[in-house]
Design a protein around this ligand. Structure first.
Ligand code: ADP
Length: 271
């Protein structure tokens, strides 16, 4: 941190002269550290569900004579397997976003389509908790980007809004076009909120305010990291506002299709 990494090479070009080449490797080193860190974290995160599955498999074998226990343990195995599969899926998604050319299908995207698809996919989980999701605002606007990734980002925000809200509450999706040419998609919930000291950290990989609760809701701690990358890859960003006990608002800002050039370089971003 704050250190400059130089790679130095020295060549003797005559008996009295040496030539020194110095290359600034600070950024390369930083990226390498982030990758290494990621691999360590991933291994650690995978250990939990894999360990649980192994244990459950053993237990179910011991309980072979008791059909009720077999059913209970196999249900738990299914839950763990589902969690593992979600985790692997998100790890792949995030790795893909961290390498070049993450935005593969770049086109003019209708915001209404993105919102409808994301809301549709979050609806089952919302209904199970008696939470209603309503969308409104400038839905007929367009952005320039990757439809699938935008759905993924919005869906992560909606899933969180549902996961961290009580039953009977409401979740809103509001779209507006700002003066600076950015399209703003805000996801508003009336949930538990996020304490001030955690706000800076929620976008970090694998960070959860309450690991036990996140695990119960099937969270991986990667959702907001993915949202952040999708936003940055589109030349936009994601911000949040929250008040503990009252709710949170996550706002995705993506350049409007009217402002983006088709040849615009939407290069990869490493956090
Ligand atoms: P997770 O898979 O655990 O939900 P995320 O990266 O999506 O991971 O979010 C990180 C953490 O931020 C969550 O574990 C949760 O503590 C907090 N968080 C995210 N969204 C909300 C929200 N809408 N309301 C309250 N807390 C939230």
């Amino acid at each position: 941190r704050g250190m400059v990494v130089l790679q130095v090479r020295v060549a003797q070009i005559s008996p009295d002269h040496i030539l020194v080449f110095a290359e600034d490797r600070t950024e390369a080193r930083r990226v390498e550290m982030i990758r290494r860190d990621f691999v360590v974290n991933v291994s650690h995160e995978l250990k939990t569900p894999v360990g649980a599955l192994a244990l459950l498999a053993e237990t179910v074998q011991d309980a072979a004579d008791d059909p009720v226990a077999v059913r209970r343990f196999s249900e738990r195995m299914q839950r763990e397997a589902k969690r593992l599969s979600a985790l692997v899926h998100e790890i792949i998604e995030l790795s893909r976003l961290q390498v070049a050319g993450a935005l593969q299908e770049v086109a003019v995207v209708e915001v209404r389509g993105v919102v409808e698809e994301a809301v549709d996919r979050s609806r089952t989980a919302a209904q199970a908790k008696g939470i209603t999701i309503a969308a409104g605002g400038a839905l007929d606007t367009t952005v320039y980007g990757d439809h699938g990734l935008l759905v993924t980002a919005l869906r992560n925000l909606l899933d969180n809004a549902v996961s961290y809200s009580g039953s009977g509450t409401r979740v809103g999706v509001g779209v507006s076009v700002e003066d600076d040419g950015l399209v703003q998609i805000a996801v508003v919930d009336q949930g538990i909120g996020i304490a001030p000291e955690a706000r800076e950290r929620v976008f970090e990989r694998f960070y959860r305010v309450d690991p036990a609760r996140s695990r119960d809701t099937g969270g991986t701690g990667l959702g907001l990291s993915i949202v952040k990358h999708v936003a940055a890859d589109h030349g936009g960003d994601v911000t949040m506002w929250s008040e503990p006990g009252r709710g949170s608002t996550f706002t995705l800002r993506i350049p409007s299709a009217q402002n983006a050039r088709p040849d615009q370089d939407l290069g990869p971003v490493v956090e």
